[in-house]
Design a protein around this ligand. Structure first.
Ligand code: FAD
Length: 496
């Protein structure tokens, strides 16, 4: 019991049944294919034992009264949200840009809030059931994938309107002791190397969509679950080993549920379709808040790489480059500031769990998503073409060609050819490789595509107050003191 280290976590994976499919066959969860991906999830465990990171990663459970890993914590204050954001900002760049374990924390917090709200509205007993589950989860220091995104079929249609009802995961049978579910979730990051899957709906659900209103937790190797997995690992290195090339991998799965039985004690929503939207949005809100930690972390890497590339090329002081890098600072810190605002303006829910302020987590995530290709564009521009044409490491190591490469790779004479080579190989791996490509897509769509944040922001934003303000400025309307006071409150989000 208690906080586990990375070895203990991987030992657990070794005990699991084989249901992970990669390149046409099943593979064990500790297959070398996953070594770089596993090094990231391991980091989230080992950080709890590291003098450098322990203060970020260890906290006290309000349920157990014991120390736990913060990735398993239910936020008990705005400060908890701030600490999570800081933890993610520090660990994500160490992992090459995505720390991967925040998903589970974000689903746990969303479920903690919604199970209570369903109970209050419907007289159900999901919340206690959920807290029992979380206690075991925390005691054993488990790790889970968040499986929200359904395959969704025709995007213009609701679940019950799809030609195949399994295009959104649904309940196909209710038994006395549990439910049977059928369908698939897409893009499930880390599902291939976790203990548990946490499953929640993707979207708002209509009265005809009751069968699709389902949330539960399930061991990832349960009978009927198949994880069809695509692994993305950094390019291997022969001698020029570097932390990034050992740690920046990940894997995402098409997570198939083929008639999977879920016992009652693991079911947290079963037909309460009115809460589909609340649960989907709450998870998105928490996850977008996590993004306000990791995305500035990605920008930290891009910014550092830009500055070093410029320095190594002898143009570190060029005014246009300094401006471009300063703009990266602005993006990183505005995104980070949104997360801080979302924490400071968080609200306590009836469950006692604090919910980030939706407006700020969404504006931050939107800003990050819209800028991701711009940031890579800045890196590409400052780095020149070398990251895309750099010869193979074998040619750097070959005595016949090494001398030429050393001679012709030199730029700023104060920086050795070896350092030049290492930096540009890193930039190549980070920005124009399979991992780099996935990171760019993740930067846009992870946690919800930018359009989803816009829809969310617009639906909650008080545009009427801004119109009211302009009616005043234009002399169209005059307001009494009470109206002015309320308008002031609305404009400054004092009541939010
Ligand atoms: C690397 C990566 C990792 C991820 N990890 C996870 C994970 O661990 N767990 C998880 O649950 N999800 C995960 N996701 C999924 C992510 O949340 C989705 O990619 C995102 O929500 C977009 O959904 P989609 O990919 O199905 O795109 P689509 O739904 O196909 O959206 C593409 C575009 O289509 C348009 N569109 C879609 N629906 C509509 C509509 N109804 N009306 C009008 N226009 C529409 C929008 O312009 C949208 O931008 C991950 C995604 C990526 C890229």
């Amino acid at each position: 019991m208690g906080i586990k280290n990375g070895d203990q976590y991987v030992d657990r994976l070794r005990q699991m049944k084989r249901n992970v499919y990669v390149r046409g066959k099943t593979v064990p969860r500790d297959d070398p294919l996953f070594s770089s991906a596993l090094s990231i999830t391991r980091l989230t465990f080992d950080a709890a034992f590291s003098d450098a990171y322990r203060p970020l990663v260890v906290t006290k459970s309000h349920l157990l009264g014991e120390e736990i890993n913060r990735f398993n914590h239910l936020h008990q204050s705005p400060d908890d949200l701030l600490r999570k954001q800081e933890m993610v900002r520090v660990l994500a760049p160490l992992a090459g840009g995505c720390i991967q374990r925040c998903m589970s924390n974000d689903v746990l917090n969303a479920l903690g809030i919604v199970t209570k709200e369903i109970d209050e509205a419907k007289g159900t007993e999901y919340h206690d059931r959920f807290l029992q589950y979380v206690k075991e989860y925390q005691k054993n220091d488990l790790i889970a994938a968040g499986c929200q995104t359904d395959v969704k079929g025709d995007r213009s249609k609701r679940p019950h309107q799809q030609v195949d009802p399994d295009l959104y995961l649904r309940i196909v049978e209710k038994r006395r002791d549990g439910i049977v579910v059928q369908g698939a979730k897409m893009h499930s990051t880390i599902a291939a190397y976790v203990d548990e899957l946490l499953v929640i709906p993707t979207r708002a659900l209509t009265p005809q969509d009751e069968d699709w209103a389902v949330a539960f937790a399930i061991p990832a190797d349960t009978e009927g679950i198949k994880l069809i997995t695509r692994v993305t690992a950094p390019r291997g290195r022969i001698e020029c080993k570097a932390p990034y090339s050992e740690t920046a991998g990940w894997a995402d799965s098409v997570t198939v549920f083929d008639h999977v039985f879920v016992p009652n004690e693991r079911v947290f929503m079963c037909g309460e379709r009115e809460f589909g939207a609340r649960l989907a949005l709450l998870f998105a809100n928490n996850h977008r808040h996590s993004y306000t930690g990791c995305k500035p972390g990605v920008t930290d890497i891009i910014m550092g790489a830009c500055a070093l590339a410029a320095e190594y090329s002898g143009v570190g002081n060029a005014p246009h480059i300094r401006d471009e890098i300063t703009e990266l600072m602005v993006i990183a810190e505005l995104v980070y500031a949104s997360g801080i605002a979302a924490s400071v303006k968080a609200k306590q829910t009836s469950s006692g769990i604090w919910e980030p302020a939706f407006l700020y987590s969404n504006t931050g995530r939107y800003l990050a998503g819209k800028n991701i290709y711009h940031e890579y564009d800045t890196l590409t521009s400052i780095s020149g073409g070398l990251p895309s044409t750099l010869p193979f490491e074998e040619d750097w190591l070959n005595p016949e060609t090494r001398g030429y490469l050393e001679k012709y790779m030199m730029r700023n004479p104060e920086v050795t050819a070896d350092k030049q080579h290492r930096l540009f190989r890193f930039i190549s791996d980070f920005s124009c490789s399979a991992v780099g490509g996935v990171m760019q897509y993740a930067g846009v769509h992870g946690g919800g595509s930018p359009i989803m944040e816009l829809i969310g922001i617009r639906s909650q934003y008080d545009l009427e107050s801004r119109k009211k303000l302009v009616r005043h400025l234009a002399g169209i309307e005059e307001y009494d003191t009470e109206t002015k006071k309320q308008l002031a409150r609305n404009l400054a989000h004092m009541d939010d």
